[in-house]
Design a protein around this ligand. Sequence first.
Ligand SMILES: [Zn+2]
Length: 237
Amino acid sequence: MVGSIATAAAAGVAGYTYAAMAPGSQLFGRTIVAGRDPNEFALTFDDGPNDGCTERLLEVLGAHEVRATFFLIGKFVRQRPELARAIHAAGHRVGNHTMSHPWLLLVSPRRVREELAGCNAALEDALGAPVTLMRPPHGARRPDVLRAARQLGLTPVQWNAMGFDWRPGTTAAQIVAHLERGIARNQRRGYGSNLLLHDGGHVALGADRSQSVEAARMVLDRYPAETVRYLTVDAWA
Ligand SMILES: [Zn+2]
């Protein structure tokens, strides 16, 4: 914990220096979305870890030898640290998705810092490794949220293709159709695709995300690793 605070403070200073000095930087606004190669894909999964679904997803990704990025909720990591470790051990990137998944636009700056720092601590305790990526719940961005993230050494990550898999009753085929619309738009514009799916539900452990897991499998079949390059989002930093 002490180590992580010292690391965060050092990273914060470096972040400020970069924002102030680098001509191309956007002051506190720099966020990872995607790169300029339309054949680069990043699969990203939010709201885990989640019993059952996360394990099945790891099997699907492992069978395709693809690495993905998981944005985990701190309170679930505290309850299922072994699942967080399994994700990390399989070679996937793990990022911060706050402690309890609030709308960061609606809470105080102090609560924003607590949510991010709490999740960082949960992840570092579980993984024994530093965390450098974060995705704000619901994508809510605000300058002080981005600043708090940076002070903790976290780079914010968004997405540019959405599966809408949180909508009740959405089938795997519908999720894939949503993603394909996003992929087609990104490819027309000359961007890679940062695909958003969920292996958990932010309200509680145990959400049924079997359709999301199946959608991920379908995407990997439709866009095999021979035709597109799967990477983790930090490759676009
Ligand atoms: Zn979320």
